[in-house]
Design a protein around this ligand. Sequence first.
Ligand SMILES: Nc1ncnc2c1ncn2[C@@H]1O[C@H](COP(=O)(O)OP(=O)(O)OP(=O)(O)O)[C@@H](O)[C@H]1O
Ligand SMILES: [Mg+2]
Length: 401
Amino acid sequence: MTRALILAGTGDFIARVNVLPGTQVVSLTRETIESERFDLIRSLDPQSLPDIIFVGAALPIETALTIGRKIDETYPLIDMVLIDEVPVDIVVEAMRSGFRDVLPADMVDDRLREVLRRAELHRLKAEPQVAVTGAKPIAQIQPPEESRTITVISPKGGVGKTSIATNMAIGLAEDHPSEVVLVDLDLQFGDVASTLDLTPAHTIEEALSPAAAADNLIVKTMLTVHSAGFHVLCGAESPAANDEVTGAQIIRLIHQLSTQFRFVIIDTAGGLPEPTLAALEVTDDVVLVSTMDVACVRGVRKAVEMLAQIGLLPASRVLTLNLASNQSGMKVKDVEAATGLPVDIVIARSNDVQLAANHGVPLMLNKKKGGAFVKSIRSLINHLENTGAANKRTHKRLDVA
Ligand SMILES: Nc1ncnc2c1ncn2[C@@H]1O[C@H](COP(=O)(O)OP(=O)(O)OP(=O)(O)O)[C@@H](O)[C@H]1O
Ligand SMILES: [Mg+2]
């Protein structure tokens, strides 16, 4: 349940927040807020604080900023969003006054949901009690220093995320046997199991159960062992199996795995769905996969901008160009110019990748045939091993300008 307090919001905005499932709304009118006897801070019950406060455009900007500063001083963990369209200097002023974001009242529903979800996650991380009974509170779980969580994402589907994640797991397991776990976080259509020709006895659905959340050993029994010396948390059979899964459950699961494995590699669905955003909360290195086409490259740029805005862009990012070919009409430098990021790894298109996946034996296991592809995956692993250590989790929320 996300608790939202809306100050001086329009009826339309209040209604939009109200209809979102799992949201509890309290709203105060401009008249109430501006009345002499009203003290906002004293009106907040410390036992049941809102997760997020929206400050509406109906208030004069100075009043809104003063409210922001007061709330930030007393309750710095409450997310605050200014609902207004203001010039950049006011946006900067709002951020300094403690607002996390400045957004227009007509932002799309997905954005609104995202803002609310983040606010709830903040609370879950800060509060001692969480929804999953018997489980250790998230805030008390510290991932071991030496563990690395690497998440493979892309704005698009079919660009090679699963191919990269599975082959990377195999390569890492060569150097670190039994210290790697690969998680299929494409909760609806994950195909890690079939790509690796595994028949799992258990899936992520069970690893997300309250019993598993309370016990690391139970989570371990949900893993499938691959003959190449790594573990896999396979996706559920049914696309609907994980419909109710929350970001907090996913964060907890990743924490649990990172206490048991040196490398947690996460394969994701295309785009930035909820489970991926939750994973990014606890990710050390993000592997951004793009192909050499304008739509995907633009998507990468937008994804990076959005993640930076919401504080979920890990400091260690590896831009990987997959399915690269000199016939695409784009050059590496075009991709760099369009994304604003250096291209770290280039993986050429090779028919053997698909052939290998169709046989359930990824190319990393077939060094003879692997050729250039295996070399590129090795470079990716080396890159992560060389650069990632300097960017351990504490630095992950490095915003890009
Ligand atoms: N470098 C490559 N050369 C040739 N084929 C490739 C390459 N990388 C991936 N493929 C093939 O492209 C297809 C899509 O790859 P993959 O399933 O890894 O993408 P994905 O991003 O995980 O897709 P989805 O979003 O559907 O999960 C597969 O058939 C795969 O074998
Ligand atoms: Mg995939």
